[in-house]
Design a protein around this ligand. Structure first.
Ligand code: KG4
Ligand code: ZN
Length: 348
């Protein structure tokens, strides 16, 4: 397909990596015609986290109605679809397989290209949907439930992984701390809300790997420090100010994320910083980065709330640019649960 034809091409995108079943239709790379998200959060909430087996079963039930609704809302027919993009990793294997199988069946029956998309790259590309004027190069801070990384995005198909977490992801730390504090799943938004009532300087929790030029992250020490604090307060019979714990923990996470991201922008000589992934919905992180970027003359982008967390539109956007770069899949496409962020050079 020529670049001109691609601009009118309709992409059907499917996302089922975790607890959201989502389908979207995009015209070209950036025009969202529909983005249907069916969340399973209420189903998993009573277990305190996502139950993989239940997630797969729910995806099976939801996938076709969600795709139907995406087509209906976009006012297009299945036969109008020019390509099918789908998340093939990272995520829960059984959950991913539902989306991958549906996408394969549709692409095969429609005789259109199939494009396997890395979910994390999708999160970065959500920013192209929120900010139509955004173009590479930029530095992306990816903060999701399973990953935390800094990526130098040199072009639409040219990335360099600058560093990632050695242990827990930022979102994972939010979820775990929320859980021990008795807050419902997912914990990120709960901590975000509670932290607004607390004093972020009340408790001095540790920050890891703070040395300059180190773009790796580590949140397991911070997690242990918060657990130790809660245990020792309980043992001493002292009152725990939950809002202060939430605010101090959140500050410790945000400071490390913000400092490393700003340093990465400085080192690469770029003038744009892009925030991506579910934790991008955190109001204090967004505020901290926006203020710092304004001071330093860096343009700051973050996706709208609906595009921060898992959705198929971001997968469609990434799939469109992969198609332009000739990076499609064949029908041997399989789910890759531990797929990471990779460096891609322009020649690939
Ligand atoms: O990107 P995402 O929807 O799923 C993954 O790809 O992992 O991210 C989900 C993560 C969860 O850990 C959730 O607690 C966190 O994003 N999250 C937040 C907020 N909203 C969602 N973390 C902090 N503050 C928030 N407002
Ligand atoms: Zn995600």
């Amino acid at each position: 397909m020529s670049k001109g034809d691609m601009q009118d091409c309709l992409t059907l995108a499917i996302e089922s990596s975790c607890d959201e079943t989502s389908a979207a239709v995009l015209r070209g790379g950036r025009e969202i015609l529909s983005n249907i998200i069916s969340t399973q959060i209420p189903v998993h909430q009573k277990f305190g986290g996502v139950v993989p087996e239940i997630a797969s079963r729910k995806h099976i039930v939801n996938i076709m109605p969600v795709i139907d609704e995406a087509l209906r809302e976009a006012k297009v027919k299945l036969s109008d679809i020019g390509q099918v993009a789908v998340t093939y990793g990272p995520g829960l294997v059984g959950a991913l397989l539902v989306g991958v199988s549906a996408a394969k069946a549709l692409a095969f029956s429609l005789d259109v290209p199939l494009i396997g998309v890395n979910h994390l790259e999708g999160h970065i590309f959500a920013n192209f949907l929120s900010a139509p004027e955004l173009e590479p190069p930029f530095v992306a801070l990816v903060v999701s439930g399973g990953h935390t990384a800094l990526v130098r995005v040199k072009g639409y198909h040219e990335f360099e992984l600058m560093g990632q977490t050695r242990d827990d992801a930022a979102g994972e730390a939010f979820d775990k701390i929320a859980r021990v504090m008795g807050l419902p799943y997912p914990g990120g938004p709960e901590i975000d809300r509670l932290a607004k009532e607390g004093n972020p300087d009340a408790i001095d929790f540790p920050r890891a790997l703070e040395e300059k030029g180190n773009y790796e992250f580590s949140f397991s020490g911070l997690k242990s420090a918060v657990l130790n604090y809660l245990n020792s307060m309980q043992q001493k019979g002292e009152e725990i100010h939950r809002a202060d714990v939430a605010a101090s923990f959140q500050k410790a996470v945000i400071e490390v994320l913000a400092e490393k991201a700003l340093e990465a922008v400085g080192e690469t000589g770029m003038d744009k910083l892009v925030l991506a992934g579910g934790v991008a919905a955190n109001s204090s992180l967004e505020e901290r980065l926006r203020t710092a970027c304004e001071e330093k003359g860096i343009r700051f982008y973050f996706p709208s709330k609906a595009l921060c967390t898992d959705n198929a539109a971001m997968i469609g956007c990434r799939g469109y640019y992969q198609a332009l770069a000739g990076d499609g899949s064949d029908f041997y496409l399989n789910a890759v649960p531990n797929l990471g962020l990779r460096s891609i050079s322009a020649k690939e």
